[in-house]
Design a protein around this ligand. Structure first.
Ligand SMILES: [Mn+2]
Length: 291
């Protein structure tokens, strides 16, 4: 039976300090993504950011509503046997996607390849900003308060099955959390030269008996190659490195969900970055169908 791609919208930007990522799905569909994938679409209503929230959890109700809706639509797609591609939105949406993946496959079977300039593993207690897009991995690992729990399980991901690639803006408390959870961090510096091949040689065998979720934050990329996003962090990954990671991980045949976050079309003057993203989606869809 031929499997269909599912294209899922997760429209939220108020988990981050910058507005615009809630428009990424519409921009990509307008640019032809849904027809390129021949995908079944799961659009989402766009909500206004709520105005009442605790000071350490900015726009809590809106962020959680989007993650809960994404969990539901992703579970529907998984139950239908579709190949889900999730379009954020800021990275807070990973609370919703990882809740669905953890419930569907079981937390102990889930591995996450998290390509990101940040570690996103602050809790509501360690976060300096209160922006929930920096807490999604801590929430998925069950380290946050109940307000940040999505779905039936508190723990959807085990830290030892988390691989962060491209992280280079890490808050001091996050190093301790990563270590205590047994998570794996590869900085761009470690991935330079032959470092990427070495890292993949360590990581890929660990995925052999796992169900793999890829979460691709475009701020993992170097601003000289991709700049339509809220944080411009120097010394990032090249597009070539990101594609090598995606190719290698898809090549395991273990990928069950691909997610792309933090693309802000309102910053994409001239459309350079949306063309790069369509290239990435073309690569992902081709390799995914092949395995
Ligand atoms: Mn992120």
């Amino acid at each position: 039976m031929e499997q269909h791609f599912a294209l899922l919208e997760a429209a939220v930007s108020c988990g981050s300090p910058t507005r615009g990522t809630q428009l990424a799905y519409d921009a990509l569909v307008r640019a032809g993504l849904a027809s390129m994938l021949d995908a079944v679409c799961y659009p989402m209503e766009k909500l206004e950011p709520c105005t009442q929230y605790p000071p350490h959890l900015l726009h809590l109700d809106t962020v959680m509503t989007v993650s809960r809706r994404l969990r539901a639509s992703l579970l529907t797609a998984l139950n239908r046997g579709q190949l889900p591609i999730v379009i954020g939105g800021d990275h807070s949406i990973a609370m919703g996607s990882l809740a669905a993946m953890g419930e569907f496959y079981g937390a102990e079977h889930l591995a996450v390849i998290y390509i990101d300039g940040h570690a996103d593993i602050n809790t509501e207690k360690t976060s300096v900003t209160g922006c929930i897009h920096g807490m999604d991995l801590a929430a998925a690992c069950g380290l946050c308060c109940d307000e940040l729990t999505v779905g039936r399980q508190k723990v959807n991901l085990l830290g030892k099955n988390l691989y962060i690639l491209g992280g280079r803006s890490i808050d001091p408390p996050e190093y301790g959390i990563l270590e205590s959870q047994g998570a794996h961090l590869y900085t761009p510096e470690q991935l330079a030269g032959n470092g990427l091949r070495r890292a993949l040689a360590e990581i890929l065998p660990q995925l052999a008996d796992k169900q793999v979720h890829i979460s691709f934050d475009v701020d993992s990329l170097d601003p000289s190659q991709f700049s339509s996003t809220g944080y411009l962090l120097p010394n990032g990954l090249t597009l070539g490195q990101a594609k090598t990671i995606l190719e290698s991980v898809l090549g395991t045949g273990r990928v069950r969900c691909f997610e792309c976050v933090e693309y802000n079309p309102t910053l994409d003057c001239g459309g350079r970055d949306i063309r790069s993203l369509l290239d990435v989606f073309e690569l992902v869809s081709r390799l995914w169908k092949d395995c």
